[in-house]
Design a protein around this ligand. Structure first.
Ligand SMILES: Cc1ncc(COP(=O)(O)O)c(C=O)c1O
Length: 404
């Protein structure tokens, strides 16, 4: 006797990044692999004080079940926050979620039918692919240039597409930002279509020289679903995020999430509302921006110093990630065991492609978690490995750790 599982259950795939995170827990490992915020940035004291206050003053509500949509004052805070960024929002168009990852799953549940065309950037966030895949979409990769993904869609794609999933700000994994001009082109292209915009914006606040252009959703009222999170600006362990969408979409998502988990933690919502009302972000954001900027600079300096001329990268203007391109023919997955042997971890780029053939010569580095000194050490090791390998290609007979 064995238990028969659903066909959908077979579409839940493993994340090479989560697998890699297990390896990076080894002592002495410098991980440039995970997308983990710097632990030093967590507002421990403010959260401790808020926790005590919430339990002193509103313990019954904080420890009780609450509304599936989220508590009203937090939804109002999110609506005001989005409106200040140009995205006209009311509290009843906001759903509080357990991280934006839950928002991605809800998008899959309420938007995707088997075979629905879902347009994605190339490369894109692996967690979004994992969230959408169980609903059996047809992924179609978007072409892109230096301004970002191109809205030039073939007629058949345009007809069949249900949604486009974009990360305009400091995209995971490339760090690239879509220009204002390209956002305007997307708005124009989508406005006369049936295609929903799903905009994922966890990194928008983490800019270095100046904020990115306004969210694309600002130009597409009624046609966009915007996902946000407190993971990168407060702490991911809180598991608090939100979705902004037209009310009928929020109503469906609320039913879907009721079936899954009823609601987001009442205690966490009140805790976060407390620190937001105290203006914690005003102090927190400049601190995180300065920290990541210093770590990005350390990575750029080390890359210039240690990488062979054949290795290329873009300079991220915010967020947590830098995308490295090895020469054609090189295989970042096959080289990873050499890096791990020197206690350095990165993510081979093949993990981030939805459709088509993934190039094997790219890799993602995170500068968020490691200190400048660790970053320099790690990049020096990678530089040696990439320089020592002829054409930066895979050593003969090496088995790729990640086949794709
Ligand atoms: C682009 C993107 N979207 C969503 C998430 C999920 O974040 P969370 O569920 O912690 O809000 C991440 C996490 O790294 C991400 O990079």
């Amino acid at each position: 006797m064995s238990i028969t599982l659903s066909q959908r259950s077979a579409r839940y795939t493993t994340s090479p990044i989560r697998e890699l995170l297990k390896l990076t827990e080894q002592p002495g490992m410098i991980s440039l692999a995970g997308g983990l915020p710097a632990a030093d940035s967590f507002p421990v004291n403010a959260l401790r004080a808020a926790c005590a206050e919430v339990l002193d003053t509103q313990a019954h509500a904080a420890l009780q079940y609450g509304p599936s949509e989220g508590i009203a004052p937090l939804r109002e805070w999110v609506a005001a926050h989005l409106s200040a960024q140009g995205v006209a929002a009311t509290a009843d168009e906001v759903l509080i979620t357990s991280g934006s990852q839950q928002g991605l799953d809800l998008v899959g549940r309420v938007l995707i039918d088997p075979g629905s065309t879902v347009l994605v950037e190339r490369p894109t966030y692996l967690g979004a692919l994992q969230a959408f895949a169980p609903y059996a979409p047809q992924f179609v990769d978007l072409d892109e240039d230096a301004d970002g993904a191109l809205p030039a869609l073939q007629a058949a794609t345009r007809r069949d597409a249900r949604m486009v999933y974009l990360q305009p700000d400091f995209r995971n994994p490339t760090g690239q930002t879509m220009t204002a001009a390209r956002r305007a082109q997307w708005a124009l292209a989508l406005r006369d279509s049936e295609i929903a915009l799903v905009e994922d914006g966890p990194y928008g606040e983490l800019w270095f020289d100046g904020p990115p252009p306004r969210p694309l959703a600002a130009q597409l009222p009624g046609q966009s679903i915007l996902l946000g999170t407190f993971s990168k600006v407060l702490s991911p362990g809180l598991r608090l995020g939100y979705v902004h969408a037209p009310q009928d979409v929020i109503a469906r998502m609320t039913l879907a999430r009721q079936a899954a988990d009823l609601q987001t933690s009442s205690l966490t919502q009140r805790l976060v509302l407390r620190v937001l009302d105290d203006g914690l972000l005003d102090a927190q954001l400049p601190r995180i921006r300065a920290l990541y900027r210093a770590q990005r600079d350390a990575m750029l300096a080390a890359l210039s110093r240690y990488m062979p001329d054949t290795v290329l990268w873009d300079v991220p203007q915010g967020g947590m990630f830098l995308w490295l391109r090895l020469p054609e023919g090189a295989d970042a997955a096959a080289l990873l065991p050499l890096a791990l042997a020197r206690k350095v971890a990165y993510v081979p780029g093949t993990a981030f492609y939805a459709a088509g053939v993934a190039p094997r010569n790219t890799l993602r580095l995170s500068y968020a978690t490691a200190t400048p000194t660790q970053i320099e050490t790690a990049i020096a090791h990678l530089g040696q490995i990439f320089s020592a390998t002829s054409h930066v290609s895979a050593p003969r007979g090496d088995t790729p750790v990640f086949a794709g």
